[in-house]
Design a binder for this molecule. Structure first.
Ligand SMILES: [Mg+2]
Length: 453
């Protein structure tokens, strides 16, 4: 036996288990049995490639990172989707993380995260964290594949059978929203987010409402999409009243304010919505006004969800530790991937905060699968955003999590359970021109002041 093998065997604990050192067998070293997998370890690995897959099967720019290893056929995929700055993330992965990580041991997930984090010296931010997330989730995928386990097993195993989903219902008027709520409930969804257009203004999350578009180029002196919050604050309680009256008490109702009101308006709106028992009210205020949650929290019993725009611990730790929100809404790839998300989930458990990771269409199926694994293994899971994947997306990402009876269910295949069909992905190039990805920064107050977001 080589000295290296003897050391590995000694440190494996087999010797201490009494087999090799049993008096009847003397003190002679015995080679580890092939039937003792704990003693075998796994063969050494290194990272041989890190690359991006850019694809838009549903018209939304998705960024996926693929990490290849020295073991033939063993690779992992992770979500790095920052759809509004997809090419910046692509550059961060290919030009900076790739050369930093080639040759590294993919088993060292935490060290790769920590060293990548400081590798740019100036750190944080959505571009660098999304790039890191793509690598991070790919490494978890690789490790779970090596263990021949679905990812949720590596994270502690299931504490629930599936993740409750919430469906997005939006409409031009109450009747349209009601129809969509009924549609979702009939298909097994127990949670529905409701958004309605406000006449005359450009409303968040309400399809078909273009708002008061004026001719000419958008700018502070010529706002083309106008938002004013007063009518909205009056209308939303009436929407809740309507849905409760028409659809009943059982369905859980959610709503996203999308930061578009002042603190006093947020207080008024949340207090008025209390009697309709919302599941949560999301992003009542922008992240720049985190301290306002201390005031809002004292004023209302409406459950508060916050955080899809957060990047760093400096933003979410005070809200969680202060028990100022009920649901954390971080976008998993935006905070650096699964390694950071599982720390955030654990932190939240101790403060009675539940997870509601951000997850609409601008999270790739790989990202959904990654956060689903964490949700299945987290005691303090709250809700999963989304209703499944369109057919083109399912074709590119083979093995997407299934949706059944209002739950998202994990694949039992090793890792994320998703194979990315790169040839098919290439047939869905990024759309150019003004699409969903370029909407922000163009909605303004009537006087031309740009709004957040
Ligand atoms: Mg939101």
């Amino acid at each position: 036996m080589q000295r290296r093998d003897v050391l590995r065997w000694l440190s494996s604990g087999v010797g201490a288990g009494g087999v090799a050192f049993a008096p009847s067998r003397g003190l002679a070293f015995q080679p580890p049995s092939a039937a003792a997998p704990a003693a075998r370890g796994l063969p050494p690995l290194r990272i041989t490639d890190v690359k991006t897959v850019l694809t838009a099967p549903n018209g939304i720019r998705l960024v996926v990172v693929k990490v290849t290893t020295s073991e033939p056929g063993l690779y992992g995929v992770g979500c790095a989707t920052f759809t509004q700055r997809a090419y910046a993330v692509d550059t961060a992965v290919e030009k900076y993380l790739r050369p930093f990580l080639l040759g590294r041991n993919p088993d060292e997930i935490e060290d790769i995260w920590q060293s990548s984090y400081v590798s740019s010296y100036w750190r944080n931010g959505p571009v660098l964290f999304n790039a890191m997330s793509g690598v991070d989730e790919a490494l978890w995928d690789i490790k779970a594949k090596r263990a021949s386990m679905p990812l949720y097993q590596l994270l502690g195993g299931k504490v629930r059978k599936g993740a409750d989903l919430y469906y997005h219902a939006s409409g031009r008027d109450f009747a349209e929203v009601e129809d969509q709520v009924r549609w979702a409930v009939e298909r097994g969804f127990r949670h529905v987010r409701i958004q309605v257009a406000v006449e005359g203004v450009s409303t968040y999350g309400a399809g078909g409402a273009a708002g008061a578009a004026a001719a000419g180029e958008d700018g502070p002196t010529n706002p083309t999409r106008v938002w004013e919050p007063s009518a909205y604050v009056r209308l939303v309680p009436r929407l809740f009243e309507h849905i409760r009256a028409k659809v009943g008490e059982e369905v859980e109702l959610l709503h996203d304010v999308h930061e578009r009101v002042t603190l006093p308006q947020a207080v008024q709106l949340c207090k008025e919505l209390e009697k309709y028992r919302p599941f949560f009210i999301e992003d009542p205020l922008p992240p720049e006004e985190n301290e306002h949650f201390r005031i809002l929290r004292q004023q209302t019993s409406a459950p508060l969800a916050m955080g899809e725009l957060f990047n760093t611990q400096h933003e979410y730790v005070p809200l969680v530790a202060g028990r100022l929100v009920d649901f954390i809404r971080c976008h998993v790839s935006q905070i650096g991937g699964l390694s950071m998300a599982r720390k955030v989930a654990a932190l939240c458990e101790f403060f009675g905060v539940r997870t509601a990771w951000h997850g609409p269409g601008d999270t790739s199926p790989v990202g959904h699968a990654s956060q689903l694994a964490l949700e299945l293994a987290s005691y303090n899971f709250g809700i999963h955003e989304g209703a499944g994947f369109p057919p083109e997306t399912r074709d590119v990402f083979r093995g997407c999590p299934e949706v059944k009876d209002g739950y998202m269910l994990a694949s039992e295949a090793p890792g994320h359970g998703i194979e990315v069909d790169e040839k098919l992905a290439a047939k869905f190039p990024y759309p150019e021109g003004p699409t969903f990805d370029y909407n922000w920064g163009r909605t303004r107050r009537r006087d031309g002041t740009v709004i957040r977001p």
